[in-house]
Design a protein around this ligand. Structure first.
Ligand SMILES: [Zn+2]
Ligand SMILES: [Zn+2]
Length: 343
């Protein structure tokens, strides 16, 4: 099979001919139908993710939709031809976090597309417990490869909004960043009847945000003032920080209402943000880290997609062989929103 392999950090991926993986009894073999790429892949390739989490050679790609080609003898309920997405976390089922339903925080976590081979390959071998199928008679009004982004670009904001921001009808949320995650965060927040403010530097991203339901969209320079005006000086109930840079946190945190919550989804390795403890104290602001998604949440998202309540938004596709060009488009921000590799 063909795979795009990371052999050295900071080097282009190499198109490599490899043996099609052999599955064990509790695994399945998927024919990859689509694989999304994101900023995390740039961090992986650039060697910016701690090295104990990425072993070389690596096959990146953690947003995968695929079709079952073969299931191991011990696998039940999954058949050839089933279509599904891959839950990135290979979890142990036994640790304190797994037992609490927080598989994204498993103490023995391994991740597909990080320390395990990912989806930038024609086939992938995965433990059966990471396969999350769509219903068998699924009919879509968009290409199958768009489903690839379910696990991360939809899953990550879903976890952050439903578990932590916990916004309700009549409340408001500020979403910082209208890219691949942001555009789905808007759709999810709207399902809760929340008023959605979106900030992005890119005017086209802001237009797209409005198309997908953002009530107000503005550029960073006007954010703080506009929010004060639109909320009668109170601030927003929640901030979803998808960027996570000190530059955005400097105005997104003070946009909060008293008692408000800032959910940190994005992060910038090695760029800490100084915290004003006095302001935190006076306003009783909460800052909460949010990492990826739990498996049960991913299953809920699958239902929402099946019912047409959330639509995966893919900006551009590239064939697998052009993964380096796709990564460059992501790096140079010439493409807005999610990019998916097709097969
Ligand atoms: Zn990602
Ligand atoms: Zn565990």
């Amino acid at each position: 099979m063909k795979a795009m392999v990371l052999k050295k950090f900071n080097q282009p991926l190499e198109l490599t001919d490899m043996d099609t993986p052999q599955i064990k009894e509790d695994e399945i073999l998927l024919k990859v139908r689509g694989c999304g790429i994101c900023q995390t892949d740039l961090k992986i390739i650039g060697g910016k993710i701690p090295r104990e989490f990425v072993r070389l050679p690596a096959i990146p790609g953690h947003e995968i939709v695929g079709e079952v080609v073969e299931a191991g003898e011990a696998v039940s309920g999954i058949s050839q031809g089933d279509l599904g997405v891959v839950y990135i976390c290979v979890f142990c089922h036994e640790c304190e976090m797994c037992l609490a339903g927080r598989q994204n925080l498993c103490l023995n976590l391994k991740r597909i597309g990080f320390d395990l081979y990912g989806g930038l390959a024609e086939y992938i071998r995965i433990p059966a417990h990471t396969f999350c199928p769509f219903k068998r008679n699924l009919s879509l009004d968009f290409p199958v490869h768009d489903l690839a982004i379910t696990a991360d670009a939809i899953g990550t904001p879903y976890h952050a909004i439903t578990r932590f921001a916990d916004v309700k009808a009549g409340q408001n949320i500020l979403i910082v960043g209208a890219g691949g995650l942001g555009i789905h965060a808007i759709q999810i927040a709207k399902l809760y009847g929340t008023k959605v403010f979106v900030v992005d530097m890119d005017l086209n991203a802001l237009n797209l945000a409005k198309e997908f339901g953002a009530d107000v969209a503005f550029e960073p320079a006007e954010a703080l003032e506009a929010i004060q005006e639109l909320t009668n000086g109170l601030g927003v109930d929640a901030v979803l920080e998808i960027v996570g840079l000190p530059e955005t946190l400097s105005w997104s945190l003070p946009s909060l209402k008293r008692g408000g919550k800032l959910i940190l989804v994005g992060y910038a390795p090695g760029r800490p943000f100084p915290l004003d403890a006095m302001a935190m104290h006076f306003h009783e602001w909460q800052i909460i880290g949010s990492r990826f998604v739990t498996k049960s949440e991913l299953k809920q998202i699958i239902k929402l997609i099946e019912d047409g309540k959330i639509k995966p938004v893919v900006a551009k596709t590239f064939p697998l062989e052009q993964a380096n060009e796709a990564l460059e488009a992501l790096r140079s921000k010439t493409t807005l929103g999610r990019i998916v590799m097709t097969f």
